[in-house]
Write a new protein. Structure first.
Length: 278
């Protein structure tokens, strides 16, 4: 069940109804949840139980027993849509595996909101979530993301905004277009768009205030890349795969060999598949 990401009035009417009917409400933070429930006039009582990354496995038997009895359970996050960057995946999988029904109550999502407001290409896009806090692990994760030639949505730690944007610029390319969004859906919502390297030194990154999401667009195409025939790109990719390279490595190898962006290689392959289906 989705909850507001900033403005309490964004709580969906259907969520009001469901939360007033279920036997058990699973929440990340019971204090935060009681504030949300009070706003919509739901009296939680003893139905509210904490359910977060540190106790998800321990709470699972209780939740499954509740569902097996035929009682209903609601899973809500502190803000936004559960499971995407919050606990819940293990629970939903367990419920599905047992053949019990799972229903969604859609609503706010920081991923969708940031993507829609960023001005960056929306499809394809990957929700990265939060980056690791430790420098080595964070840079290793960014190195993996560099293989993706599409749009990336990164949730930034409010205490490491500049540091994380700098690492992303160094790992993905300082010239990649990006949008830094702050306080989505709140009164002081803000956004800055520019090259990723420039955003690392902008005022928002230097003096962060609130919660931030970074949307990194695909790398810019160079003038040289326009002259490369797409059939040539596809042939080179097929040859690279035939040599035993994994798809990501083949994409990178072809881009470097032909002097084009990874995005153009990816688009050439996608266009080819679409045309085959027509």
């Amino acid at each position: 069940m989705a909850t507001p990401i900033g403005t309490l009035d964004d709580f969906a009417p259907r969520a009001h109804q469901v939360l007033g009917q279920v036997e058990l409400i699973l929440v990340e933070d019971t204090r935060r949840a009681r504030t949300l429930l009070s706003h919509i006039g739901v009296v939680p009582g003893r139905r509210v139980t904490s359910f977060h990354e540190h106790n998800e496995a321990d709470r699972l038997p209780l939740v499954m027993d509740t569902l097996r009895r035929g009682d209903s359970v609601a899973l809500m996050s502190d803000a936004g849509t559960p499971v995407l960057s919050d606990p819940g995946f293990i629970l939903v999988r367990a419920v599905r595996e047992e053949g019990l029904p799972v229903a969604t109550v859609p609503g706010p999502s920081s991923f969708a909101a940031a993507l829609a407001a960023s001005g960056q290409p929306p499809l394809p896009a990957t929700l990265v979530g939060f980056l690791p806090g430790r420098k080595g692990a964070r840079r290793s994760r960014i190195a993996e993301l560099a293989e993706a030639p599409w749009t990336l949505v990164v949730l930034l730690s409010p205490h490491r905004v500049r540091l994380e944007v700098e690492d992303l610029a160094n790992g993905l390319g300082s010239d990649r277009p990006a949008t830094l969004l702050a306080e989505l859906s709140k009164m002081h919502e803000r956004a800055v768009t520019g090259a990723l390297g420039d955003l690392a030194g902008c005022e928002e990154a230097d003096n962060p205030r609130g919660e931030y999401i970074l949307v990194v667009g695909p790398e810019l195409q160079t003038g040289t890349s326009q002259s490369v025939d797409r059939e040539r790109i596809r042939a080179a990719y097929a040859m690279a795969v035939d040599t035993g390279l994994a798809r990501k490595e083949a994409l990178k190898t072809v881009a470097e060999k032909l002097g084009v962006g990874r995005r153009e290689v990816f688009d050439s392959l996608i266009d080819h598949e679409i045309n085959k289906e027509k």
